[in-house]
Design a protein around this ligand. Structure first.
Ligand code: NIG
Ligand code: FE
Length: 388
């Protein structure tokens, strides 16, 4: 069954060979979808016949957002912590323990309901691929449970047993790292594609460079690919480790030295910026322009989580990237689609070349620029294209 989508005022393909600029923009365009994949893109006047037709009436269409960094398996909330921060309290990751306690106490049904609700909330705002981390269980059983639940809704599951050292291991980080790299990894690896570490020597709760290396090396030996929470609160060793170990992505990149930028520029690791975190923790934004000037591949993601940033909106992150990090609308939209796909090493999403997954987002607006131009307005949603 094929579907022709017509009436597209502006189509972002992310394929510069078919359209204008880095976003490969086609105006007055059409797209044909068949069996869940893009079959054809081109001018509306040249559109081939299809079994069915959807007219989007002069709207813009782009690849669905690829949110490459989210923590969606949790219970409880930390609104009080947010409120305290807005009155001057600093974010240091210490509140993660509150979510761990609530998550351990929650039933599978409660966690599944929250998780599915957030994934639906994302889709309603144009996100069609999402990465989901564990990290609020921090026991063998609770981490494996989080990943089993995450795997019900996405193939992009990430084992984050090394999120913080849980209270019962206080002062015994080495013992906790042994648990993470031993029985916990064994129980979690079958349900995960990725392994991640909160590498932050400046936090009393997170992990230093040595522990990060130990966890990532063990994860790789268990068949997982790597991503790192790096340089969020300070210019620690996370970014350089991520590049050295060939991680797909170094996430946050808020505090970077010259050596960090050089390492990113010389390697294949994507810098994933999470400006919702800086917004929600009232912190200085990462220097996106410096990364872009150095030729680093930049992605944008929400980091949706109950502590440092409880937004599920990629459009909000695009608006922040443009307003606060001085990315152009073009750069921000690329980073939220193709950039996220690069950060997840997914050649099938983040663009609309023939063969791509038929993940489309539609705007109640004529141009992708409106994502930043109309901040906070719900103009973007995933387009449901029936394939049977
Ligand atoms: O990416 N920094 C570490 N982890 C999350 C926050 C988790 C939380 O505060 O609950 C982050 O910001
Ligand atoms: Fe995170």
């Amino acid at each position: 069954m094929s579907t022709l989508v017509t009436g597209i005022a502006e189509l972002v393909t992310n394929d510069p060979s078919v359209g204008e600029g880095p976003l490969g923009v086609l105006t007055d365009a059409a797209i044909v979808v068949a069996d869940g994949a893009v079959a054809w893109v081109g001018p509306g006047s040249a559109a081939p016949a299809a079994d069915r037709r959807i007219d989007v009436g002069g709207r813009a269409v782009l690849p669905g957002f690829v949110d490459s960094h989210a923590h969606l398996v949790f219970a409880g909330d930390r609104a009080a912590e947010f409120e305290a921060r807005m009155s001057g309290a600093r974010y240091d990751g210490g509140g993660i323990g509150t979510t761990v306690a609530a998550t351990r106490a929650a039933s599978d049904e409660v966690l599944r309901g929250r998780l599915r609700g957030l994934v639906a909330e994302m889709r309603a705002q144009g996100t069609t691929t999402v990465e989901i981390k564990s990290g609020y269980g921090l026991t063998v059983e609770d981490e494996a449970r989080a990943l089993r639940l995450a795997a019900e809704v996405t193939p992009e599951t990430t084992f984050l047993g090394a999120h913080v050292v849980p209270a019962e291991y206080a002062g015994r980080t080495d013992d906790y790292v042994a648990l993470v790299t031993g029985p916990m990894l064994e129980a979690c690896a079958p349900h995960a594609r990725w392994i991640d570490v909160f590498c932050e020597p400046a936090s009393a709760h997170a992990f230093d460079g040595d522990a990060t290396r130990t966890v990532l090396t063990a994860g790789r030996a268990a068949g997982l690919d790597l991503r790192v929470h790096a340089n969020q609160l300070s210019a620690g060793p996370g970014v350089r480790l991520a590049v050295e170990l060939g991680a797909a992505s170094a996430d946050h990149c808020t505090h970077l030295t010259e050596a960090d930028v050089d390492a990113l520029a010389g390697g294949s690791t994507v810098a994933t910026l999470l400006p919702g975190v800086e917004f929600s923790t009232r912190s200085p934004y990462p220097d996106a322009r410096r990364l872009l000037a150095a030729g680093v591949t930049v992605a944008l993601a929400t980091d949706c989580n109950p502590g440092s940033c409880f937004t599920s909106s990629m459009a909000f992150c695009v608006a922040l990237a443009v307003r606060e990090m001085r990315m152009t609308p073009t750069e921000a939209v690329w980073a939220a689609t193709a950039g996220g796909a690069a950060a997840l090493r997914r050649p099938d999403v983040g663009h609309l070349r023939p063969g791509a997954r038929a993940d489309l987002a539609v705007l109640d607006a004529p141009s992708y620029r409106h994502l930043a131009y109309r901040p906070g307005v719900p103009i973007v949603r995933a387009l449901d294209v029936p394939d049977r």
